[in-house]
Design a protein around this ligand. Sequence first.
Ligand code: FAD
Length: 487
Amino acid sequence: KRKATIIGAGIAGIATAIRLAVKGYDVVVFEANAYPGGKLSEIYGNGYRFDAGPSLFTMPQYVDELFTLAGKPSPFKYQKLNVVCKYFYTDGTRLTAYADEDKFVSEVAAVTSESPERIKRYFKNSRNIYNITNHVFLQRSLHRLNTFFRWDTLRSVLRFAGIDAFRTMHHANQSFFTDERLIQFFDRYATYNGSNPYQAPATLNVIPHLEQHFGAYFPDGGMYSITTSLVNLAQSVGVKFNFNSAVDEIVLTDGLKAKVVKVKGELIKADVVVSNMDVWFTYNKLLKPYPQLWPQKVLKQERSSSALIFYWGIKKTFPQLDLHNVFFADDYKAEFDCIWQQQSIYRDPTVYINISSKLKADDAPTGCENWFVMINVPANNNQDWDLLIAQARKNILDKLAQNLGEDIGALIEYESVLDPRSIQLKTSSYKGSIYGTSSNNQFAAFLRHSNKSSKVGGLYFCGGSVHPGGGIPLALLSAKIVGNWVA
Ligand code: FAD
């Protein structure tokens, strides 16, 4: 039986392991941490449970697909959200993003000055971008010739102008809407892959379609159950997991083939090696002796933004809040300038609060809520994080007091913090970026690392730092591309 070694049990590593096991490989996963999931993990404290990283679950079909592929019934259950998110603006405007498009359009038309026709036209444009890009940019490798000899690729190339790659998201949103609140609403989607709407190409305006058309979901067992369900599935098809087992080196044969990895001094042989480790560290740590093989241009790409998260156990319930809540910055442009140009944290940041206990009551003690409070921050460039975090905490509490009329600080009975430094430490993500490289220019999609090395035989890559990009759905698609590519 052919053997495959997977480096890392992030969600893409687990999904790749399932795909290769189903293909007949003997699969062994080495994970540096004591637990699986990487960014998709959970933490506990004081009677509270928190999903540590991702909180918004979209495109659940890519999880279901793995159970179908393995021919196993899926115990992984989730519900579709009727309210995707509640938005709070500094001028007092409140906007509820309903999943139902007509309901959402009526809500926006009632709250803002935009006409329903314009909003519908926007979603049509978003759907159009999806139809052109999906097969070429998401479902397949951009580094295989056979992708380009397909009829659907050719059709996409002919419709290329429709993907709106030559102006920024913000610019495009301004051409659709006049109400600043709606422009801010749609600009925010750039942050779904850690980018800046004032720089990222308008192609990213595809994201509202993904959320609106395919929906937002919540797994019954919380986000971490995506990880646990897939680990169980992997084990049921024979995948073996080794935790607390960091791979230290990919040892190349003379013919530049990746046939051996070194773990705790032991040499482990395989026919195929798949790295789910951030591609930057895969080269800089695991392939350190071979700088001549490093794809320098790809590794120099700008990193996505990172995140600062406060996990707060709150001893009160807030009926005006939902599962997902966003408190917008007063000046969005100033916030993004601060993150991307000044590499700092804006004084009035956009605050995202996720409260999983709204739908999963046992995540918090009775009468309490588990608040995952996140703001976007720059990747780690050795800023004075302790100082920035202390200032941000105060600014966030001031903002929430203004919006909710309550001293939230006094209600916090549990607290822990995740910042760019700890994200890098916990998941080996270069600079603590949460979505790999940014999409701040129109070439970003082409400059993400391929899912297979062009120089090292038998070496494949999956996960949020390589093609097609960050976020759970794309990380799962990277696993699909690797699964299809491995012979
Ligand atoms: P990672 O999660 O990066 O895991 C890589 C694994 O490899 C880790 O477990 C690491 O320990 C292991 N590893 C690294 N080096 C080695 C080595 N040498 N040997 C062995 N093991 C190694 N996505 C969404 O879809 N929705 C969201 O709402 C969302 N929000 C997010 C919020 C935060 C705070 C963060 C951090 C991320 C968020 N994301 C979200 C992004 C999403 O979490 C990631 O894109 C996805 O989980 C990345 O998965 P991955 O497979 O690339 O692996």
